[in-house]
Design a protein around this ligand. Structure first.
Ligand code: EPU
Length: 348
């Protein structure tokens, strides 16, 4: 374990942005992490100044070289911690690949994460932003997690309630931002599957696949097929999934928008508000009249042609070019619909 200097971190961010970090190191245990923090005290970047912890790097946009220390969480391991009649509790290292973990669950007959197949990134980031797709969020299978408090140098256990999960949100993104490093997550998985195929696209895909009997494997495969059909593979085209969150507006604002735009896509929430499909809003706007952002490309930056919510780096885009495009999109949506989009991606 050592701290490397002046390291290209293109391979550590799924946008594939060509940027350098002054200092870079990987850690695979809490001890190593503690040692790295000690070592870093000798540099001008000692925590909390310019220290960035990354997992899979799938939700970050670097707009410039990182002037500081990047620490990559590589803590591995999958361990059963408890078994009940209907549930199994599995502790997973933050540095495990999320999708590999999903496949492992499916192989073992553990249900609950199959709808979250093929989400890029590592396990440690999954509770941080409460990842979700196709009617399921991580909070639905979350039991607890352990996180290292950087200043106190001790491990803290977080229960479900402690995490204060919201839509793509948790305490680690606001109240405790940059205070903790998530080291392990315990998931509570079902031994008796309860399939969630409420999301229309899954039903359609299962039908297309000719599925008669549901299984974890076929539901996972349906999700994989849907994702492959509309989301770019970051190994081929740089991206960070949805760039913006789907915005929440009041039902009265929705009524006004519906009268102007009868095709607007929105879903009712339990609190009475409406969640709008940001992809739809973006698709209706563009760089000039009559041209949609969807499929737009300028140099190496663009808005994906099959999902307008996804910004892409076709080859050698600069982070600030992507950031500028995101701002233009945001402004065009605001001026047309009076709705403000919020970035889902962490912009550095
Ligand atoms: N839509 C359009 N044009 C587009 C994209 C979407 O009109 O270009 C409309 C369509 O009406 C479509 C609806 O938006 O039916 C919903 O689209 P989609 O099913 O693709 O889902 P999304 O709301 O755009 C969210 C998540 C995705 C997740 C999918 C599926 C957010 C920010 N994104 O996208 O998560 O995979 O639902 O559940 O909530 C991610 O977070 O990185 C991510 C990919």
């Amino acid at each position: 374990m050592k701290i490397q200097e002046n390291i290209l971190i293109k391979q550590y961010n799924s946008f594939g942005i060509n940027v350098y970090a002054n200092l870079f190191a990987k850690f695979n245990s809490i001890n190593e992490l503690g040692e790295l923090f000690e070592l870093s005290k000798k540099s001008k970047f000692a925590y909390p100044r310019q220290t960035l912890i990354i997992g899979g790097g799938t939700n970050i946009l670097f707009t410039k070289n990182f002037d500081g220390l990047v620490l990559k969480n590589d803590i591995k391991g999958i361990k059963i911690v408890k078994e009940e009649k209907q549930h199994i509790y599995v502790k997973v290292g933050a540095g495990e690949s999320w999708h590999q973990f999903v496949l492992y669950c499916i192989k073992n007959g553990w249900a609950g994460v199959e709808n979250l197949s093929l989400i890029p990134g590592n396990v440690g980031a999954s509770p941080m932003q409460n990842i979700g797709a196709y009617g399921v969020e991580i909070k639905d299978v979350f039991h607890s997690l352990e996180a290292y408090h950087i200043l106190d140098k001790k491990l803290v256990n977080f229960t479900f309630n402690d995490c204060e999960f919201g839509y793509r949100d948790s305490v680690f993104k606001n109240k405790h931002k940059n205070e903790f490093v998530i080291t392990d997550v315990v998931f509570k998985l079902n031994l008796i599957p309860k399939y969630n195929i409420s999301y229309g696209a899954i039903v359609k895909e299962l039908d297309k696949m000719g599925v008669k009997d549901l299984s974890l494997k076929v539901v996972s495969q349906a999700v994989i097929n849907i994702r492959n059909s509309k989301l770019p593979d970051p190994k081929v085209i740089g991206n960070a999934g949805s760039f913006f969150k789907n915005p929440e507006i009041s039902s009265s604002q929705f009524k006004v928008l519906c009268s102007q735009y009868p095709k607007i896509v929105g879903y009712s929430l339990l609190n009475g508000n409406i969640k709008l499909a940001a992809g739809w809003l973006i698709e209706q706007c563009g760089p000039s009249i009559g041209i949609s952002w969807k499929g737009f490309r300028k140099g190496d930056v663009g808005c994906y042609n099959k999902q307008a919510l996804v910004l892409v780096n076709y080859d050698n885009a600069k982070g600030n070019e992507l950031y500028d495009l995101s701002k233009e999109i945001l402004q065009s949506v605001e001026s047309k619909f009076n709705v403000i989009l919020e970035s889902e991606v962490n912009i550095i």
